[in-house]
Design a protein around this ligand. Structure first.
Ligand code: 5AD
Ligand code: SF4
Length: 452
């Protein structure tokens, strides 16, 4: 049996792709290794969204090259593959910079990995696949899904047509593409049969989903969600990442009507300044975002929001940054990802002459994160003594403990619950810690009270 090690960088879509690459290589005799030292093949599934991720990849490749040398001195071998968005963007450049790399494969072509491996084992040199092939990779992936556990991810949409001026995604992942409803539903059912209780629908622009429906019409994300909510045994659905421009009325209605849809939404806004939003080509103003959130919350009171923010976008003044802080104060987020603007070659904002100095970016990021963290803590405090249905995902650090997630994606540790892993259970939040919640299994009375 050969061993495969996959290191995944970046977003949940890469997590999904890594799982599918493992499925794809299993029939070739590859089982999973826990670390690169034990592996016959290593795949780095990369992210290109910010500069640091690519640099991290190159330093990992340096280590892998030494490992490959050690292995070949000992009579063994190591195949090194680079997949994901850096592979797509840099292509042959990666092999030029690190000749120990055997394969470079983009996110739309990884179904070709088996032939690439065959080519290399024939001694035909390194292999590169970074075109957007006409065939659909989803039609070429095995049906079996590596067991993802109780909380599973399912890619339903890929690519982006929005062209935010800071973002590489439209270039690395290509145009928007949605999988047909029946294909998604079949995969979701297989996941639930394999033990999934929660499924997160993934897409770079998942709420722009428009997939061929079983009735011959094009279905939107709301229709897809309603369909999947009928699957017995599935407790909860989520979706990520969304664009404010694609939050249609039907999706807003789904938030109030579909009980299985989590009371949580990741809706990136990036900035609270209209000038910056326009320069980013986001297609909405700060007030439009405020009104949108108000409408969604009207239908689903208590809906918790998370978001993405960029500080130091070219031309961002102190007043623009203050507008972002104001938007955060108005909307309130339970969680957020925030980044310093990082110029990506080939994107319009990268060539702007109004770049912001690093020290200003650092100071703004610090202030923004302080505010967001305060909101996160404030929200966590309101969770104390509440009873949540928690998906118990895996063993915790302590004996008998289970680690799960609240409906709002907060990590929850539950004592004496290891026997319930894989299930959804009512949990009373007993204490709020810095980055997690401490829960105890709810008793019958508490469960009844929570259900009312
Ligand atoms: N610089 C900084 N952050 C970026 N993001 C995307 N591109 C860049 C960039 N060039 C952030 C956005 C996006 C998230 C996935 O990554 O906030 O929503
Ligand atoms: Fe990038 Fe904007 Fe598309 Fe999101 S919507 S992937 S930020 S271009």
């Amino acid at each position: 049996m050969k061993k495969l090690f996959i290191k995944t960088y970046g977003c949940q879509m890469n997590v999904y792709d890594s799982a599918r690459m493992a499925d794809l290589l299993a029939p070739l005799g590859y089982g999973m290794a826990l670390e690169p030292d034990d592996a016959d093949m290593v795949i780095l599934n990369t992210c290109h969204i910010r500069e640091k991720a690519a640099e991290k990849m190159y330093s990992d490749l340096g280590r892998l090259r030494r490992l490959k040398e050690q292995k070949s001195e000992a009579g063994g071998s190591l195949l090194i593959a680079v997949a994901g968005c850096v592979a797509q963007a840099e292509g042959a450049e990666i092999i030029a910079r690190q000749p120990a790399v055997d394969m470079v494969v983009g996110p739309q072509s990884y179904h070709r990995l088996p032939e690439m491996i065959a080519r290399i084992s024939r001694g035909a040199g390194s292999a590169l696949e970074t075109d957007f092939p006409a065939e659909d990779k989803f039609d070429h992936l095995p049906e079996e899904n590596a067991h993802q556990g109780a909380a599973a991810f399912l890619t339903v949409q890929e690519g982006c047509d929005k062209f935010c001026t800071f973002c590489v995604v439209p270039y690395t992942r290509g145009a928007e593409f949605s999988r047909p409803v029946a294909q998604v539903e079949a995969e979701a059912r297989r996941m639930v049969e394999a033990g999934a209780r929660e499924i997160t629908l993934l897409g770079q622009n998942v709420n722009a989903y428009r997939g061929a429906g079983p009735d011959g019409e094009m279905w939107g994300l709301a229709q897809l969600i309603r369909r999947l909510a009928n699957i017995d045994g599935l407790s909860r659905l989520r979706y990520t990442t969304s664009h404010p421009r694609d939050m249609g009325d039907d999706l807003i209605a789904a938030h109030s009507e579909v009980e299985k849809l989590a009371p949580y939404l990741h809706l990136p806004v990036q900035s609270g300044s209209d000038k910056i939003l326009a320069a980013m080509n986001r297609g909405h103003t700060a007030d439009e975002y405020r009104r949108l959130v108000a409408r969604i919350r009207e239908g689903r009171p208590g809906l918790a929001l998370s978001s993405d923010f960029i500080v130091g976008f070219p031309g961002e003044s102190d007043a623009d940054f203050t507008a972002t802080l104001n938007l955060i104060r108005d909307v309130t987020f339970v969680q957020a990802f925030s980044f310093k603007y990082s110029p990506r070659p080939g994107t319009p904002a990268a060539s702007s002459e109004k770049q912001i100095p690093e020290d200003v970016k650092n100071a703004r990021l610090y202030e923004l994160q302080e505010l967001l963290f305060a909101q996160q803590c404030e929200f966590a405090e309101t969770c104390k003594d509440q009873v949540f249905s928690v998906l118990l995902e895996k063993p915790g650090k302590k004996h008998g403990q289970a680690l799960g997630r609240s409906p709002y994606l907060q990590p929850v540790h539950v004592a004496d619950a290891a026997h319930l892993i894989g299930q959804v259970h009512d949990v009373r939040i007993a204490a709020v810690l810095r980055n997690s919640l401490k829960g105890v299994l709810a008793n019958e009375a508490e469960t009844m009270a929570a259900a009312q």
